[in-house]
Design a protein around this ligand. Structure first.
Ligand code: NAD
Ligand SMILES: O=C(O)C(=O)C[C@@H](O)[C@H](O)[C@H](O)COP(=O)(O)O
Ligand code: ZN
Length: 372
């Protein structure tokens, strides 16, 4: 096992697991997975794009480790996180004869990780699963922490379960084939960790953005490990989002509504929604007199420099008016007694959770779509 591989622990008692971050982990997956298996059998769930690029290396590694494998390729894209594909996948898993002590492997981005994790949580009332994330977003966020699920016509991630993986293998080599737009979408979630509670990390991102985007392996590895450490600490403190875990939702109340408004399509992907949502959360914090204006400017400048959308005007197509967007936000899982919960900030690295947001200020912010 290579010295270049870093380990981050997710400390959750008997559900604890390791996140491995480093090069060529897909090509060496067999040696990491074998110790977790009761019998030498796994099933792989991937999407058709990732299957063409990375499935052969995973299968070769499993063959070398003497592990039997079946694989299914799902359609790529957010639309796959739906009841119909969940049913198709669950029935396929049952037809393979997968047992509770076998491992279901999610090889792909957050869509495959969320869908596969949820299917693994319900098939035979729970089959073990492993995450092999292949997008930046899934390596820094979705593969860690056990939120799994699908979208419904009512909104984002509304049916799901908390179900932790047994291991996460974040192969930095897989990012070499990732389209730039998807890399940037993942970068939005990296920025999120700086904005939540680590101003020093945000400072580092401002200096190192170009290295991360251009493919510098050391910079990418540092950013992924730092993000995973940050998420692992929050998840260990509050696995089921009773309190502090909601900080990881910075930008998501806005972002999820924008994803819903654009039809959960490739026109506007999750990380892009998070980028716009984080900029709006900082604007709202300034509007409420909670955060210095220069911090909001700095956040928007950084997202802009990365090439990410950061204004409502950057969202493609017609959007609902402010009232319509607020109605979409009403499906958020953080709603309590019909009242929205927001993650706002007193500054970069100082996010906090609040239910105390003036409705008029929110409406005014969303009505300024042409200018913000
Ligand atoms: N569970 C969580 O905690 C959590 C956290 C953040 C996001 N999410 C969810 O994750 C999803 C977004 O994930 P995503 O951004 O990874 O999107 P994705 O899974 O749709 O992947 C993006 C695109 O990249 C392709 N792809 C994946 N890996 C590739 C590679 N190495 N080379 C080339 N192409 C590759 C995919 O086929 C797809 O077309 C959303 O549904 C979001 O809600 C969940
Ligand atoms: O892990 C978490 O907790 C997060 O909120 C991470 C988010 O980046 C992620 O998009 C998550 O799926 C959103 O969760 P939801 O509960 O708002 O659906
Ligand atoms: Zn997210």
């Amino acid at each position: 096992m290579s010295a270049d591989v870093k380990t981050v622990q997710v400390a959750l008692g008997e559900r604890s697991y390791e996140i491995k971050v480093g090069p060529k982990l897909i090509a060496n997956a067999g040696q990491y997975l074998k110790p977790l298996l009761r019998r030498a059998r796994v099933v792989i769930v991937t999407d058709e794009n990732v299957a063409a690029l990375h499935l052969p290396a995973l299968e070769k590694s499993l063959d070398e480790a003497g592990i039997h494998h079946d694989a299914i390729g799902m359609p790529p894209g957010e639309g796959t996180k739906c009841f119909a594909e969940l049913q198709r996948l669950s029935e396929w898993l049952l037809e393979t004869g997968v047992e509770r002590g076998d491992l279901v492997i999610a090889l792909g981005g957050g869509v495959i990780g969320d869908l596969t994790g949820f299917a693994a949580s319900i098939v035979r009332r729970g089959v073990d699963f492993a995450q092999i994330p292949t997008t930046l977003l899934s390596q820094v966020d979705s593969s860690v922490g056990g939120k799994t699920g699908i979208n419904t016509p009512q909104g984002k991630n509304l049916v799901g379960a908390f179900y932790q993986p047994r291991i996460v293998l974040a192969d930095t080599s897989a990012l070499e084939t990732l389209p730039k737009r998807e890399l940037l979408a993942g970068y939005a979630e990296v920025v999120k960790y700086g904005l939540i509670n680590d101003r020093t990390f945000f400072d580092w991102l401002e200096v190192n953005l170009d290295r991360i985007v251009s493919g510098d392996v050391a910079a990418r590895t540092y950013a992924i490990v730092k993000s995973c450490e940050s998420k692992a600490a929050i998840v260990a403190a509050d696995e089921r989002e009773s309190n502090v875990r909601a900080l990881l939702n910075l930008g998501h109340t806005f972002g999820h509504a924008l994803e819903a408004a654009t039809g959960f399509s490739n026109r506007f992907v999750h990380g892009e929604g998070v980028a716009v949502g984080m900029a709006l959360a900082f604007d709202l914090s300034v509007r409420l007199g909670l955060c210095p204006g220069q911090d909001a400017v700095r956040v928007r400048r950084h997202l802009e420099r990365a090439g990410l959308p950061c204004r409502l005007a950057d969202v493609p197509g017609e959007l609902p008016n402010a009232k319509g967007l607020i109605e979409l936000m009403g499906q958020d899982k953080k709603v309590v007694d019909g009242k929205l919960t927001f993650i706002l900030a007193r500054g970069i690295g100082e996010a906090f959770i609040t239910r105390n947001v003036d409705a008029a200020a929110l409406r005014a912010l969303l009505e300024e779509r042409e200018t913000t």
